[in-house]
Each structure stands twice: as structure tokens, then as C-alpha cells.
Design a protein around this ligand. Structure first.
Ligand code: F2R
Ligand code: MG
Ligand code: MG
Ligand code: MG
Length: 373
């Protein structure tokens, strides 16, 4: 039992890393051909086989580098592990230090200002720089959601959604104060938490999984809506009508339920209605769909790959913010299928896998610690 949980903790963090590293190769492309992606993945496997057989070294130490998604997840995990609790100034400092150490990891367009603010010695409140973003409305980017999976591991033993939601909100607000960014991060963390608790030997009941998410999210969205300025205006001719709902994440989750029952669901439908862009509302629902779709059916053209791989590869074929949708879906899938489901060649060629594994072990050890009476 413990061995399985450890594998699922590792699968969650490593799944996020490989989703980011492989997804980053396609970030920003509006169309990703499934056949091209499969060819690349098969070549990766072949290269690894040759490397194993002949003991040849790969051309570079790492085939695929991680981006800001993993860089920030490492800071979230590192801070929670080292401090044993949430420590806002410590986590904020880690985000900023990491950014100034390696600013070229493909960070969001506006987030550098937050790191400048946190680094500024005159800043006494670590939350203040983020709250000033976008004339006080705060960033609604997916940078809070993309890094949040470690929070679900940290609170796993509590099995308390309220506690997880509070932790996620506190972590997200360090850089993103807009409610859409916070609710998106909460949705990712809840989905990872629920995935960790799914039985591995029973078919996933998507309706039940989604209903459980809606029950936890709806009060938050409704509470916010009472005092809200409303979501950003829809672009002309946009099919993202659900973005304008008073409870947009719940509306999209309901739509995902329907999408999962469509036998020939088109990529264009997913992209146009859910979105795969850098906003949280325009990317987190797509990640949930990828996870659940691969869980209940074989995805056309990807059926030769296992469920974990299908999740990540399908996320990438949606195009757009591929590293981020794939990292979020990869964390959910890894939490269900475990470390063994992640192809060895992916683990070998992606940067940051070993560290993710070590961090997952730390979180797992926390679940084994005797409780103080
Ligand atoms: N930034 C990217 N990808 C762009 C290309 C990178 C390139 N390949 C490279 O190599 O450099 N990816 C990363 O950014 C996303 C996470 O972004 P985050 O952390 O949320 O950043 P930010 O700046 O806060 O928000 C992103 C953009 O969203 C718009 N926006 C957000 N809030 C807004 C508001 N209230 N009003 C208007 N616009 C708002 C802005 O355009 C922001 O720049 C991930 O995809 C990660 O992989
Ligand atoms: Mg990125
Ligand atoms: Mg300071
Ligand atoms: Mg991205």
C-alpha cells in the first residue's frame, strides 16, 4: 500500500515535469500534428534503446529542459518541505531568487515585476507586489495553477479540502491575486488530490469525479461573484461563452462532462470552448478534460501508448500553452497511474526528474511520520 502511494506521489511530480519538458517543445503552436508528435516520441524511445544497448552518451546531458512551470513548482515543493509548513516570505523569496538565477525559463510576460517587488528590500509585505499587477486587478494567468501540484501532496494526510483550498489560495496570491487565477489553481490541486485517492483497479467515473470538483468549487465561485466586477469581456466571435458565466469553472466542468460523452470530440471544439492559452480559465479546464478523456477511452492515434502517455500527448496535440496544459494534466495522470506508467525514456531525457522524485519522497515521508498526541 505504502509502495503504491509513494509511486503515485512520484508519478504526480515527475508527471508534471515530463509534461512541462515535452510540452515546451510545442508551446505557442496553434496546430500540433499527432503523427509528428508520435514520431518524435518514438524516436526518443529508440534513441534511449540504442543508448542502453551501446552505452553511448546522449548528445546533451538533458534532451528537454524544464520551463517556469517546473521552476516554480520546485520552489513550492522546496519551501513546504524545508519549512514543514507554509511560509509566505520564504516561498516568495524562492520564486524571486529562482527567477533572477535563471530568468530565461520562459516566464509569463508580466510576472517579472512581481519578482522585482519581492526582491526590493523596501517591500515588507510579500503579497503586495502581486496585488498591484494589472492596475490592481491581479494576474489571471495560469502561473499559479501550473506549479500547484506539490500542495496536494503536502496536505494529502489531512484529507481536508478546506485546508487544501486555503493553502493553494495563499501560495497563488504570492504572484496572482485575480480570482480566476486562484480558482484555477484550486481546481488543479483538487483534481490532483482526488486523483491520488482514486482506486487504480476500477474504471474512473468521470461524472462522479467532476461532481466532486463542482461541489468544492461552486461555493468559492458563488461567494466571489457577489462582489465581482465580472470576468474579462469576451473577444468578438469567441466561442468561449462559458467564460462569461457567473461561475465559469463550474460551467466548464459541466461542459466537460458532456464532451466526455461525445464519441468524436474534435480538438477544435475543445480549444474553442475551453481554451489552451496562458489564462487560468483558458487552460485549467482543458487539462482536466485531457486527464479524464484518456482515463476512460483510448484516444485515436494514441492507443499504442499507455494511459499516462495518452494524457500528456493528447494535451500537447491541443496546441497553445502546451507545456502548461501538459504539466497540469501530467500531474493529475501521474497521481493516478504512478511512476511506473511514465516511460523510462521520458524520465531519462527530461531535466528535473530526479529532483522531483526526491521531493515526492520527502512528501511521502511526511505521511509516514507518527502523529503527535
Ligand atoms: N509565457 C509563457 N509563454 C510565452 C512564450 C515563452 C517563450 N517561449 C520563451 O521562451 O520565453 N509561458 C509561461 O507563462 C504562463 C504563465 O504565466 P503567468 O505566470 O501567469 O504570467 P503573467 O504574466 O502573470 O500572466 C500571463 C499573461 O496573461 C495576461 N494577463 C494576466 N492577467 C491579466 C489581466 N488582469 N489583464 C490583462 N492581461 C492579463 C498578460 O498578457 C500576461 O502577460 C505559462 O504558460 C508558462 O509556461
Ligand atoms: Mg512554461
Ligand atoms: Mg523584501
Ligand atoms: Mg506555458
Amino acid at each position: 500500500m505504502d509502495k503504491i502511494l509513494l509511486s503515485r506521489f512520484k508519478g504526480c511530480l515527475v508527471g508534471g515535469v515530463v509534461g512541462d519538458c515535452i510540452g515546451a517543445l510545442y508551446e505557442g503552436l496553434s496546430h500540433v500534428k499527432t503523427n509528428d508528435l508520435i514520431e518524435r516520441i518514438n524516436k526518443l524511445e529508440k534513441d534511449r534503446q540504442t543508448q542502453r544497448e551501446h552505452g553511448t552518451k546522449p548528445a546533451e546531458k538533458y534532451g528537454f529542459s524544464y520551463t517556469d512551470d517546473t521552476a516554480m513548482a520546485r520552489s513550492v515543493a522546496g519551501s513546504l518541505i524545508d519549512k514543514g509548513q507554509f511560509d509566505a516570505p520564504d516561498m516568495g523569496k524562492r520564486f524571486a531568487e529562482e527567477y533572477f538565477r535563471e530568468p530565461d525559463r520562459g516566464y509569463g510576460g508580466s510576472i517579472a515585476a512581481v519578482f522585482d517587488g519581492i526582491r526590493d528590500t523596501n517591500t515588507t509585505d510579500v503579497y503586495q507586489p502581486a496585488s498591484k499587477q494589472f492596475e490592481g486587478s491581479g494576474s489571471y494567468g495560469n502561473g499559479g495553477a501550473m506549479r500547484i501540484a506539490p500542495a496536494a501532496l503536502f496536505t494529502f494526510c489531512d484529507n481536508n479540502a478546506t485546508k487544501l483550498i486555503s493553502l493553494v489560495s495563499s501560495i497563488t496570491r504570492l504572484t496572482h491575486t485575480n480570482h480566476l487565477a486562484i480558482h484555477g489553481a484550486i481546481l488543479v490541486a483538487l483534481a490532483v488530490d482526488q486523483s491520488l485517492r482514486l482506486p487504480q483497479d476500477t474504471a474512473v467515473d468521470c461524472d462522479e469525479f467532476i461532481e466532486a470538483l463542482i461541489i468544492k468549487l461552486r461555493p468559492l465561485e458563488e461567494e466571489h461573484d457577489k462582489s465581482s466586477m465580472g470576468p474579462p469581456p469576451l473577444k468578438k466571435n469567441s466561442k468561449r461563452v462559458l467564460d462569461a458565466s457567473a461561475t465559469p469553472y463550474c460551467a466548464k466542468l459541466k461542459r466537460i462532462k458532456e464532451m466526455l460523452k461525445e464519441p468524436n470530440l474534435k480538438t477544435a471544439t475543445v480549444v474553442e470552448e475551453l481554451g489552451t492559452d496562458v489564462s487560468a480559465l483558458g487552460s485549467v479546464p482543458a487539462a482536466v478534460l485531457c486527464f479524464l478523456k484518456a482515463a476512460i477511452q483510448n484516444i485515436p492515434k494514441l492507443k499504442d501508448h499507455n494511459k499516462f502517455s495518452q494524457t500528456v500527448l493528447y494535451a500537447i496535440t491541443l496546441g497553445g500553452d502546451t507545456d502548461t496544459v501538459a504539466t497540469m494534466a501530467g500531474a493529475m495522470a501521474g497521481a493516478l497511474y504512478g511512476m511506473e506508467a511514465i516511460p523510462e525514456s521520458w524520465r531519462y531525457y527530461c531535466e528535473g526528474v530526479a529532483d522531483a522524485e526526491t521531493m515526492a519522497e520527502h512528501f511521502f515521508n511526511m505521511t509516514q511520520a507518527p502523529t503527535v498526541q
